[in-house]
Design a protein around this ligand. Structure first.
Ligand code: HGY
Ligand code: MN
Ligand code: MN
Ligand code: MN
Length: 407
């Protein structure tokens, strides 16, 4: 499989769910997600690879060399954020498909049968935008999240994961392949590789992350006729919480803690009604678990005082908690060796973003790799990586996956 073949496929898939400024909107289990899934299945069946869909919508394309042997999984996710980037996740799935096609060609030509098989994975709902929590499909596969509970999760319109997956014809019942190891390549979504002029990141660890689900319950009333002293305005309190989530980072060393509120919904959301309810989600991340926990404690104290001051109710729930992950040294060294063999600049690094590898590393030895992001931006239409860097990544992933398959 040539470089041109990869680029042609990548740029074709990027047209699915394309948005006006070069992004994509392919949220989990939407019509656009279905179209990329169909494309994924077509690529596999064209090559005679078996396609399986499990009970949470994860897709597997199986390249079987040795019947009955375990599978090296390579992959990522095809779902995107709303108005997201066309590289996040999709690059890793496309690179996985092409790496598998190249390895299959080499095995068929070379004659030597590897001890393990190979499967390319498209994980369901890594992004957690439409259905929270994120990293859902791979976490169910890894036994970290309960499938039936996840099938009941509903989006803001009240549609469940089960209904949505059924609606696009991807609520399967196949058993996924038995994994022996996992490899994932992904855009860095930061600016370290670009700044240092390197082509590959050998990811050795992931940050500690958690989210706070916050519900502010005030009292609905008339924005004109209600005296200020009588108002219980949920949005005034929620606005203070948004600023608290930002300001708490100032209690720690610069960039040691990152946080934002990314989602906020308002009821009834009418111009002349004092808001009754605000739902907001805060994302807290740090390389240090104790920093996240200290920030959480401080926020809970300040939010309790706020509820008192405003005489309203505020409910806070923790969710999407991800402990630091440390990837096996052998995998980090493999990435470094492969990059050096390919003449690519490489360095070790952590990931602040979550990935399916965070779930898979809990169950099998996992190799996580990055390619550079231009300007370090992601989860936006401006997200970009060059064809050259993408191709270098496909070469690196192919070499890593081949090493894993040959054991
Ligand atoms: O959580 C994350 O960073 C990922 O994009 N879902
Ligand atoms: Mn991603
Ligand atoms: Mn993402
Ligand atoms: Mn991610």
């Amino acid at each position: 499989m040539s470089a041109d073949a990869f680029l042609k496929d990548f740029h074709l898939v990027a047209t699915i769910g394309a948005t006006p400024n070069n992004g994509v909107d392919r949220q989990a289990a939407t019509e656009e997600d279905r179209r990329t899934r169909d494309w994924f299945a077509g690529f596999a069946t064209e090559r005679g690879w078996e396609v399986r869909v499990d009970g949470i919508g994860n897709m597997f394309a199986l390249v079987e060399f040795r019947p009955g042997a375990k599978f090296v999984l390579v992959g990522s996710h095809l779902d995107s954020q709303p108005l997201g980037g066309r590289f996040d996740g999709a690059y890793g799935v496309m690179a996985g498909l092409h790496a598998a096609a190249r390895i299959e060609e080499q095995v068929r030509a070379g004659g030597e049968l590897p001890p393990f098989n190979l499967a390319v994975v498209n994980w369901f709902n890594e992004e957690g935008g439409r259905f929270a929590p994120s990293i859902m499909g791979s976490s169910v596969f890894a036994g970290i999240m309960d499938r039936s509970a996840m099938l009941e999760v509903r989006d803001l319109q009240g549609v469940s994961v089960q209904e949505a997956l059924g609606g696009i014809g991807y609520l399967g019942s196949d058993a996924g392949p038995e994994p022996v190891s996992y490899a994932e390549i992904h855009i860095e979504q930061g600016r370290i590789l670009e700044r240092e002029g390197l082509q590959v990141g050998a990811v050795d660890s992931s940050w500690y992350t958690q989210k706070l689900d916050i519900e502010v319950l005030g009292e609905q009333s008339h924005t004109g006729a209600t005296a200020m002293a009588d108002r219980h305005d949920a949005l005034v309190a929620a606005s203070k919480i948004v600023l608290m989530v930002h300001d708490v980072t100032g209690d720690f060393e610069e960039e040691a803690l990152v946080s934002s509120v990314g989602q906020l919904t308002l009821e009834p959301n009418s111009p002349i009604v004092v808001p009754r309810r605000v739902h907001l989600v805060a994302d807290l991340r740090s390389n240090s678990q104790s920093i996240v926990e200290a920030a959480r404690e401080s926020l809970l104290r300040d939010i309790a005082a706020l509820a008192e001051e405003h005489d309203i109710r505020i409910n806070v729930k923790d969710f999407d908690i991800r402990a630091n992950q440390y990837y096996p040294e052998s995998g980090v060294e493999l990435t470094e060796k492969v990059a050096a063999d390919l003449g690519l600049g490489v360095r070790r690094m952590q990931t602040m973003a979550g990935h399916d590898s965070v779930a898979m590393n809990r169950v099998v030895p996992t190799v996580m790799m990055f390619i550079p992001s231009v300007d370090g931006v992601s989860h936006c239409e401006r997200e970009f990586s060059t064809d050259e860097d993408m191709m270098a990544g496909v070469d690196a992933l192919t070499a890593v996956a081949r090493e894993l398959v040959f054991g």
